[in-house]
Design a protein. Structure first.
Length: 215
């Protein structure tokens, strides 16, 4: 049967369309674009899943580290002075130092509360300090006992500075005697951070005064 010109054109058009479809799919399959991106995504997800499995497998290890850290924090807190404001803490620190001095047989001639200092990288720790002057009746043994009492106290106290320490010739005793030193002793307290939403009576009064001033 002889093929007409019209049928030949239709046949050629079909062959051309089939060839175009074949070329398109061949090019898509060989293209590094979508195929490579999909492979990368699969690999990324596999790596993520593997890391998650490893992390879950070490859950007990991380829980133990957290528990140890919390235990250490609690132990540190037991060594803080019990007060939670600087005025009360300074009074307690001065009381302790005078008690230590009485036990050591020496006296404290002067004391001065220093400004409290917020400890860096902490939300609540505050250092309080007292500068004291030891009385002129100070003996070497008494000073040593006093310093040991500070060191061995169950709360954390620290002698941060000692000045004027030395010896002088006593005209009356005809021998060298200990010069009465000055020192700075510090302790730490835990002051909970103030709730920004909580207003003190002073804050309320200032806000009311400011409101009246704008009227």
């Amino acid at each position: 049967m002889k093929t007409s010109a019209r049928e030949k054109r239709v046949l050629y058009a079909g062959i051309a369309i089939a060839a175009a479809i074949f070329v398109y799919y061949a090019a898509t399959a060989l293209s590094p674009g979508d195929g490579e991106s999909l492979a990368d995504k699969v690999k990324t997800q596999e790596n993520l899943l593997r890391r998650q499995k490893e992390f879950i497998g070490r859950e007990d290890f991380y829980k133990k580290r957290i528990e140890d850290a919390e235990s250490d924090i609690e132990k540190i807190r037991t060594r803080l002075l019990p007060e939670n404001n600087a005025a009360a803490a300074n009074a307690e620190l001065q009381r302790l130092l005078r008690a230590f001095a009485d036990e050591a047989g020496i006296s404290i001639a002067s004391s001065l509360n220093l400004a409290e200092i917020k400890v860096a990288d902490s939300d609540s720790l505050v250092k309080i300090s007292v500068r004291i002057g030891i009385g002129s009746d100070c003996r070497e043994e008494g000073l040593v006992d006093f310093l040991l009492s500070i060191k061995n106290y169950d709360k954390f106290l620290k002698v941060e500075e000692i000045t004027n320490l030395g010896s002088v010739m006593s005209a009356s005793l005809k021998r060298l005697v200990l010069r009465a030193p000055n020192m700075v002793v510090a302790g730490y307290i835990d002051v909970p951070p103030q709730d920004p939403s909580a207003k003190t009576g002073e804050d309320v009064a200032q806000a009311a005064a400011s409101s009246r001033g704008r009227r």
